[in-house]
Write a protein that binds this ligand. Structure first.
Ligand SMILES: [Zn+2]
Length: 289
């Protein structure tokens, strides 16, 4: 085949003239949102867990396994969140593999020493906006090192996202300031959010990340509520609402709108993190405020 003159010229352009934005993979909608903010107009990360799937228990598609094997950078919360991803990341040829929970300065909390004292660190750390702040900066530095031609853009995007995050945090603090009563939640995901905004989580319907609470645990929760510890119970996206409704029927507390702390029911994209945090604050304030 003969190349046209212009195609022949293009074929000899030096590779270095084309800035290479790395292929980036993010594990969950939240991480995809934060990485997307840092990449801005330069590119969009590939999202592994979407469409309402439970990130704690997920099966990779073959195309996703290939994307992971060939990625320039992988950003993920950590093995506590997505244990199924641990071996895949370990054997991947990706240039950078960043466990967000391991980043210096990240505020980590352990799951409460209740039913499951051995569960270790609580992986839902994005619900503390201080952690999202640290991660934005670290994501920018990782991408800036891997793709120096665009370092200025990654850092500027992270700085703009951090400033927006600070405004959001102040707004959410104001919205949640009037919440005095305790809340009951569907799974043990809200410790960081409660610590940061001064909320009291009286109990989780499912201990740890178990899908369904047992009858004995439900009557324990009902006893806690009857002791006057909670005003509102929240179902959750991806969880059966029946235990929450049953608890409310048994104890007389209100049922709030379903919370979505992992963004599973939300449209993926740069704005997901802010939308997720805003929705949590609004729904909690509407029921328990
Ligand atoms: Zn969870």
């Amino acid at each position: 085949m003969r190349l046209s003159p212009s195609a022949a010229l293009l074929a000899f352009l030096p590779v270095a003239a084309q800035a290479e934005v790395p292929a980036v993979v993010a594990d969950t909608p939240v991480v995809h949102s934060l990485v997307g903010e840092v990449m801005g107009d330069l590119g969009t990360p590939e999202l592994l867990v979407s469409g309402g799937a439970d990130p704690h228990d997920y099966q990779l598609r073959p195309s996703q396994a290939r994307a992971l094997a060939n990625a320039g950078a992988i950003f993920w919360v950590g093995p506590e969140m997505t244990p199924w991803l641990n071996d895949v990341v370990a054997t991947s040829g990706a240039g950078d593999k960043v466990v967000l929970l391991d980043l210096p300065g990240t505020h980590l909390r352990d799951f409460g020493a209740g039913d499951e004292p051995d569960e270790g660190r609580d992986s839902h750390a994005w619900l503390d906006p201080g952690n999202a702040r640290i991660w934005l900066g670290a994501i920018a530095e990782t991408l800036a090192t891997r793709d120096p031609d665009n370092a200025t853009a990654y850092r500027a995007n992270a700085e703009a996202a951090t400033q927006a995050l600070d405004r959001l945090d102040a707004d959410l603090k104001a919205r949640l300031a009037g919440v005095a009563g305790g809340i009951v939640v569907a799974h043990d995901a809200y410790g960081y959010f409660a610590d940061h905004y001064g909320l009291t989580v009286v109990a989780s319907l499912a201990g740890g990340d178990a899908a369904q609470p047992g009858a004995a645990h439900l009557s324990e929760v009902a006893a806690l509520v009857r002791d006057g510890g909670a005003t509102c119970v929240f179902p959750e996206t991806g969880h059966d609402p029946k235990p929450a409704v049953a608890l409310a029927g048994e104890t007389g507390i209100k049922v709030g709108e379903a919370l979505d702390p992992e963004g599973l029911g939300m449209a993926p994209g740069q704005g997901l993190y802010a939308a997720l945090m805003t929705a949590l604050a609004e729904k909690i304030a509407a029921c328990a405020g």
